[in-house]
Design a binder for this molecule. Structure first.
Ligand SMILES: [Zn+2]
Length: 179
């Protein structure tokens, strides 16, 4: 883990981003831009200049952290996810065709689904992917045969981080743990 650039006056958002990213590494995740299918149209000279100047990296460190791609034979993977917390920002100054991605600050839906699949824990087999038009009481009804507030709150409480502050705002594709 590398927390070297976090300072007392660093914003909470940046702390959150860095901690999520570094814990991703601790749990075995590698960089999304090194996905075998990432295909980012890097302007390699610009990338070397940028990281050698900004991070004080050697060319070898840039190669290791940016340009090395991991074979599908040695990784488990999702599709290449431009919203992943494991992706570096890709400023358009560093690509050959204007492709860019900003800093991802939160776990993407794919991050959550992927990590739930590789670390199912005691919830193995008890996940549900939200369908268009779903709401929590219907999901509670489906699993518990009971759509009461107590039941849907049980699901909400277990998935507060995924769903966010508004329990009525479900997004199709969200992966929920069913306690
Ligand atoms: Zn990293």
């Amino acid at each position: 883990m590398n927390y070297g650039w976090l300072k007392p006056d660093t914003s909470d958002e940046e702390y959150s981003r860095v901690v999520l990213h570094e814990f991703g590494h601790a749990l075995g995740c590698i960089h999304e831009h090194q996905h075998s299918e990432a295909g980012i149209p890097w302007n390699r000279d610009a990338v070397y200049r940028y990281y050698m100047e900004k991070n004080n990296w050697s060319r070898e460190q840039v190669d290791i952290n940016l340009f090395t791609h991991y074979s599908k034979d040695i990784t488990q993977f999702s599709h290449f996810d431009t919203e992943s917390i494991m992706l570096y920002a890709v400023p358009k100054e560093l690509t050959t065709n204007g492709f860019e991605v900003g800093w991802n600050r939160y776990l993407s839906e794919t991050d959550k689904a992927f990590m739930s699949a590789v670390y199912p824990g005691e919830n193995a087999g008890r996940t549900y992917t939200v369908q268009p038009g779903d709401f929590l009481s219907a999901i509670a009804e489906k699993f518990y045969g009971d759509g009461s507030e107590a039941s849907w709150r049980r699901i909400y409480d277990a998935n507060r981080n995924t769903i966010g502050p508004d329990p009525t705002k479900l997004t199709a594709g969200m992966v929920l743990v069913i306690p």
